[in-house]
Design a protein around this ligand. Structure first.
Ligand code: MSP
Length: 527
């Protein structure tokens, strides 16, 4: 007894051997039907900031993203391009990985649903659910457009015709396998009641209950025979697994579930949060939990449904023709301006308008005038007056107190905002403190203190306080704008950059010598 509890504590509760705090965060896996646009970057940047923040806090983080590569749409795109579906998706995936690199996305794994381990995991899940009676064979009825080779439901039609080509559709049926969603409906409702934080924001939960659960769940079609770009059903080879069962399983196949090595699954599952766009919340809070219940696996702790980046009121997408290559924005304004804008501008959960003008205004107001200015003024003055040598003779005045206490209060505020996934508000709080620091420069007038030798010790303290605010806030900023944060640390020349070193004011080492000031952001002219 003593021994086993010792082993438990040593290995699982920290003991210095294994990290005890894990955090598993996922983006949706994107369809590689076209190159990605800024809307896809939105979720990926937000999850990246949260993952980086949790790593700073000492969590052992697993950040998963990837691509959802099967299905008729991709098969058709490939045919139109005259290449095989695999060649088609390979090219888009290479482009996506390059995009994530230019945005500094720190994912731990990029899963592709064409990965062998994923395919075999899904095949095993399908077989198990069939063997235990949760999947059964039936008939799929739909409206079919022959030239487009596509099935549609009544509600998808436009004026009773195919939404893609506008031609007539015919009622047809095809043999298919179905997942018994109805069997699990009651358990799902109980789970929602017992876990009030499972779906966020709350409005999305009410929408799910009213629109889908109350009318009663229909069983879900999980296989198709009318196209073959999908995972073959092992025991009935004319069927391929139909999208959502394939796609959702990525969250566990990526961790090695159903494989020879499931150590990551044991370590990281259940996920702390699946971050998804609002239109796919229902798949994540109805179908996914039911698949997991049927497999007897714990459910993810939270599904967060965010709003969209919109242009002229419409969702950004390639098909609307407004999905510019995000690299154009990175090249024009810099990676951290794009990251900052996306993280700060839109209240997470709501839709937000994306305009280049608001990106420029946000960059000028916050990154150029506030952060850039503060760092540049402080380092330049320290260089000019004291050759960049940091000292603090502690000639304090009451005006210092508010700045110091606001800076120290950030710790709790920022941590809880990130826990609530309110990254924009976390940044807002940090930038409020930076604003106070700029005002502190105006109020303490270092250039006047510099004129009088007897005020030099006060001037040293003023500059020390400013540098300390910069050090502490930059520790947080590493999660959001990592390139800029490392440029600032380079100038500060400090070793005290750990997360825990934000809770004490005064840890900037005395007698270090600051490096030359480096310009952080260029002011952008509004076109
Ligand atoms: N493949 C499925 C997801 C499977 S997850 C198991 C899918 N792919 S998608 O490429 O169409 O969309 C992926 C995500 O990108 C969705 O969460 C969607 O909301 C998000 N976005 C696509 N355009 C967007 C905006 N304009 N703004 C914000 N997010 C957007 O659905």
């Amino acid at each position: 007894m003593y021994c086993s509890s010792f082993i438990y504590e040593f290995f699982y509760l920290g003991g210095g051997f294994m990290k005890d705090k894990t955090y598993y965060i996922t983006t949706p896996i994107y369809y590689p039907s076209d190159n990605f646009h800024i809307g896809h970057c939105y979720t990926t940047i937000i999850c990246d900031a949260i993952a980086r923040f949790k790593r700073l806090q000492g969590y052992d983080v697993f950040y998963l993203t990837g691509t959802d590569e099967h299905g008729q749409k991709i098969q058709k795109k490939a045919e139109a391009a005259g290449v095989s579906p695999q060649e088609y998706v390979d090219k888009i995936v290479a482009n996506a990985k390059d995009l994530w690199k230019s945005l500094n996305i720190s994912y731990d794994k990029f899963i592709r649903t064409t990965d062998e381990e994923h395919i075999s995991c899904v095949q095993k899940i399908f077989k198990q659910l069939y063997d235990q009676g949760d999947i059964y064979k039936g008939e799929y009825k739909g409206l079919y457009c022959t030239p487009c080779e596509s099935f549609w439901t009544e509600s998808q039609l436009v004026d009773g015709k195919c939404p893609d080509c506008g031609r007539d559709v015919y009622e047809v049926s095809e043999e298919a396998y179905f997942l018994k969603l109805s069997k699990y409906q009651k358990r799902l409702e109980e789970y929602y009641d017992e876990n009030p934080d499972f779906i966020e924001p709350l409005s999305r939960k009410n929408e799910m209950i009213n629109n889908f659960l109350k009318p009663g769940l229909d069983d879900l079609c999980v296989s198709r025979t009318s196209f073959d770009w999908g995972i073959p059903v092992t025991f009935d080879e004319k069927h391929v697994v139909y999208v959502w069962l394939d796609a959702l399983s990525n969250y566990i196949s990526a961790l090695g579930y159903n494989s020879d090595d499931d150590s990551l699954f044991k370590k990281f599952w259940p996920a702390d949060v699946h971050v998804v766009g609002k239109e796919i919340v229902r798949f994540h809070v109805i179908i996914w939990p039911i698949i997991l219940m049927a497999l007897n696996i714990p459910l993810p702790k939270k599904v967060f449904g965010h709003g969209w980046l919109v242009i002229n009121g419409g969702k950004i997408s390639k098909s609307f023709g407004n999905g510019k290559d995000p690299r154009e924005f990175i090249n024009s304004y810099g990676v951290d301006a794009v990251r900052y804008y996306v993280l700060r501008e839109v209240p997470f959960g709501s839709d937000g308008a994306f305009t280049e003008e608001s990106l420029i205004n946000r960059t000028n107001a916050d990154l150029v005038n506030n952060l850039g200015n503060l760092v540049n003024r402080t380092i330049s003055m320290s260089k000019k007056y004291f050759d960049g040598i940091v000292t603090n003779p502690k000639v304090n005045e009451s005006i210092d107190d508010d700045l110091i206490s606001s800076c120290l209060q950030l710790h709790d505020i920022v941590c809880s905002k990130v826990d609530e996934l309110k990254v924009g508000e976390a940044l807002q709080e940090i930038f409020e403190v930076l604003k106070k620091a700029n005002k502190y420069i105006d109020d303490t007038t270092p250039w006047i203190l510099a004129k009088d030798e007897s005020s030099h010790d006060r001037l040293r303290t003023v500059l020390y306080n400013l540098l300390e605010v910069i050090r502490i806030t930059t520790i947080y900023l590493q999660a959001f704008i990592p390139n800029t944060a490392s440029k600032i640390f380079e100038q500060l020349n400090t070793k005290n950059t750990l997360f825990d070193q934000t809770i004490e004011f005064g840890l900037l080492e005395e007698n270090i010598v600051l490096n030359e000031p480096v310009h952080l952001f260029d002011r952008i002219d509004v076109k």
